[in-house]
Design a protein around this ligand. Structure first.
Ligand code: NAP
Length: 507
């Protein structure tokens, strides 16, 4: 038994905290072929946390070959769905038994708060449980055809999938990708973000420990522009599933065209929240705090544009500022902490740049707007939760994704204007509606151009609910039963059972 921070953990296996993490290819931990390593830092403290082997194209080739071989010649794809489900449940069970270790490692690598990390690791576990159940019921259909014909469809695993994920939810994004893919019988090469590869590497090892055959799950930390590109263009890769920024998503979509790869894109957002005159203002304020500042605002579905009816604008904003100023920011391991660190200096600079642009364009900082140095964490990357008022629709802070704890507030006069403002964006990932009138919420939900609408709640997704965007927030839906279709091909099988042979040419 060892005590790590406030969590008592029973460690039976090799600890997850290591000085050096290797690539995971074909069921083995391996060094990079170049011997190169990436340094990983703790964003909360700025301290060196570990080193990670940095994959080269040669390593990527090995990982693709291992995945290809496991798919073409291995047993996983022909293993009955029920048995694959058993393995997925075992992955979930191992993750559950090592929950605190996973939480600790995720916090060390991201600087996120204990509450945020716990929620995300729990969901990662539930993803495997969900797809264990979903795959058993997933199959083809029998279709209407003329008499004496019989037609049915089969769902066949798609093949080798390259999966590229961002740094904001390292383990949860890895689970969102790996679980449906291997449930469907695919083999994967997953490239975690360079800043946060640790828990994804561990997840690869756990999959293998649970019984996923060698080569089916390969974890390849390395540079996005180098390894990511290589995977996207590789002829032996059938699909690329990408979660990340819209510009990189566009690049991936173009490059995947060369081999007509299947593509799923989960991209950026600039999600609106609409607070109507009849809203429960307390609930709207509390929900908006979470919607904007959970995960330090580094969430694709962060509701960063809040439009409030003019008659309740002052009340909402006053309460929103007061509660924002009460948020506890600091030690990520402290149970009372609401908001952790920003991921790195580069992201901190981006946040500062956006806030400065708002000031330059004439907006007003209502609270925050500054870098923080919490006691004991002076060398980490911290920013105050920030509310910006007096904005116009053309400002950068209204149009572009900031990916930090920054939210804009603005007024609307009526429902029509609220909908127009919400939809005035290149993005269309998520949205919130706050109103006690179900006629209003239903009408508005129908007109919002977003893949996800939250009515009187800040929570956007659970395993089972489709997650994905409209417009430039991407396409394809993760987390739901339908996601299995994105990891399978549909084969239509037509047969004839008539008494006479079919002779269409009459020869
Ligand atoms: P990013 O810069 O686009 O990077 C995402 C991943 O792509 C990383 O693994 C990155 O590797 C890799 N990459 C970079 N350049 C590449 C290239 N040319 N080819 C292939 N892969 C490449 O995004 P991020 O900053 O990590 O994450 C934040 C973004 O993710 C935000 O826009 C957020 O909205 C979005 N996001 C969306 C969802 C969703 O479900 N819609 C969920 C979470 C996050 P390196 O780390 O080595 O650069």
């Amino acid at each position: 038994m060892t005590k790590t921070h406030e969590i008592e953990i029973e460690i039976e296996q090799e600890t997850m905290k290591r000085d050096f993490y290797k690539l995971f290819i074909n069921g083995e931990q391996v060094e990079s072929s170049s011997g190169e390593r990436t340094k990983i830092y703790n964003p909360a403290t700025g301290e060196l946390l570990a080193e990670v082997a940095k994959a080269t194209k040669e390593d990527a080739e090995k990982a693709v070959q291992a995945a290809r071989d496991s798919f073409d010649n291995g047993k996983w794809k022909i293993t009955p769905a029920g048995r694959r489900a058993r393995v997925l449940n075992k992955i979930a069970a191992i993750m559950g038994s090592r929950f605190n270790e996973l939480v600790e490692l995720e916090i060390l690598n991201t600087g996120k708060s204990l509450a945020a990390a716990k929620g995300q690791i729990s969901q990662a576990i539930e993803d495997f449980e969900f797809y264990a159940g979903a795959i058993v019921g997933h199959g083809g259909s029998v279709n209407n055809v003329p008499g004496q014909f019989h037609n049915y469809t089969e769902k066949e695993p798609l093949g080798v999938c390259a999966q590229i994920i961002p740094w904001n939810y390292p383990l949860m994004m890895a689970a969102w990708k790996i679980a449906p893919a291997i449930a469907a019988g695919c083999s994967v090469v997953i490239k975690p973000a360079s800043l946060t590869p640790l828990t994804a590497i561990i997840l690869g090892e756990i999959c293998y420990e649970a019984g996923v055959p060698a080569g089916v799950v390969n974890i390849l930390p390395g540079s996005g522009s180098e390894i990511g590109n290589y995977l996207v263009e590789h002829e032996l890769v059938n699909k690329v599933a990408f979660t990340g920024s819209t510009p990189i998503g566009k690049d991936i979509m173009a490059k995947a065209a060369g081999t007509v790869k299947r593509v799923t894109l989960e991209l950026g957002g600039k999600s609106p929240s609409l607070v109507f005159e009849d809203a429960d203002i307390e609930a709207a304020v509390d929900g908006s705090l979470y919607g904007a500042f959970n995960n330090t605002g580094q969430s694709c579905d962060a509701r960063t544009r809040i439009y409030i009816h003019e008659n309740v604008y002052d009340e909402f904003v006053e309460k929103f500022i007061a509660k924002t100023e009460k948020l506890v920011i600091g030690d990520p391991f402290d149970k009372g902490t609401h908001m952790g660190a920003v991921i790195d200096q580069c992201q901190l600079d981006t946040v500062k740049m956006y806030v400065q642009s708002a000031i330059d364009e004439g907006a007003e900082i209502l609270t925050g707007g500054k870098e923080l140095k919490p006691e004991g964490f002076e060398n980490g990357f911290w920013y105050a939760p920030t509310i910006i008022g007096n904005v116009t629709q053309d400002m950068k802070v209204v149009r572009e994704e900031i990916f930090g704890p920054v939210v804009v507030v603005s007024k609307f006069k009526n429902e029509k204007e609220a909908i127009a403002l919400a939809n005035d964006s290149d993005f269309g990932l998520a949205s919130s509606i706050w109103s006690t009138n179900t006629a209003t919420t239903t009408r508005v939900a129908n007109q919002i151009q977003a893949g996800i609408v939250m009515i009187n709640t800040p929570f956007s997704a659970f395993p089972g609910t489709p997650f994905g965007g409209y417009k430039q927030s991407g396409f394809g839906r993760e987390l739901a039963i339908g996601s299995l279709d994105l990891y399978t091909e549909t084969k239509s099988i037509m047969s004839y059972f008539g008494s006479r042979p079919v002779n269409p040419f009459g020869l």
